[in-house]
Design a protein around this ligand. Structure first.
Ligand code: HEC
Length: 176
């Protein structure tokens, strides 16, 4: 008898709640294909899912001046300005462990993905795939990791050896 009553109550709740659950609230918009593609690009360190594209340091230089220098400084030295403050991106010398050469940038692939997804700050996802390859190439070149004429693309970006790569250790959960 008790389970019979519980069943009746469950059916009652299901029937009365149905219109509420089916209701839409008129919030948000349906994402476009382009917006979805940007969110879907989950590039991993091995560069899987890096989109097809290409760019060189020479192409990246004017882009950097137009879209990045106001926050990161004309020479990527890092700034605090009215437009925003931002970290150093270009090391002060070929062997300095700074910026992109520092221990925290293990992979060129994830550097690409970070720029594509998160920069320029406040105008995120406005860079094209090729522009992102060009900007990545520019930062790698200015940090003495590749040469000025290396064309970066989805095939060779995963093979770039970052100076900080040596510091990468797979976490073991062992704090020692
Ligand atoms: C409005 C200011 C602003 C602009 C413009 C901007 N950035 Fe940034 N950028 C930042 C800030 C602030 C951070 C630090 C974000 C954080 O630590 O969460 C950052 C971080 C970064 C980093 C990570 C650096 C590190 O070592 O942590 C990279 C790489 C980068 N920006 C590249 C670019 C590139 C390339 C452009 C131009 C396409 C650009 N940024 C434009 C403000 C800006």
């Amino acid at each position: 008898m008790r389970s019979y009553v519980i069943l009746i109550i469950a059916i009652f709740i299901a029937v009365t709640m149905r219109p509420v659950l089916a209701q839409t609230y008129g919030l948000g918009t349906t994402p476009t294909e382009t917006e979805l593609a940007a969110l879907d690009t989950l590039v991993d360190p091995q560069g899987r899912l890096l989109p097809e594209g290409r760019g060189t340091a020479a192409e990246g230089a004017p882009l950097f001046a137009q879209r990045c220098a106001m926050c990161h400084g004309p020479n990527g030295e890092g700034t605090g300005t009215a437009a925003g403050s931002a970290p150093q991106l270009i090391a002060s010398s070929p062997d300095a462990s700074e910026a992109i050469r520092s221990g925290k940038h293990y992979y060129a692939t994830t550097l690409w993905a970070y720029i594509y997804r998160a920069m320029p700050l406040h105008q995120e996802r406005t860079l094209s795939v090729d522009e992102t390859y060009a900007l990545t190439a520019y930062l790698l070149y200015r940090n003495h990791i590749i040469t000025e004429h290396d064309v970066m693309n989805e095939e060779n970006l995963p093979r770039v050896q970052m100076p900080g790569h040596e510091n990468w250790k797979i976490p073991t959960g062992d704090s020692s």
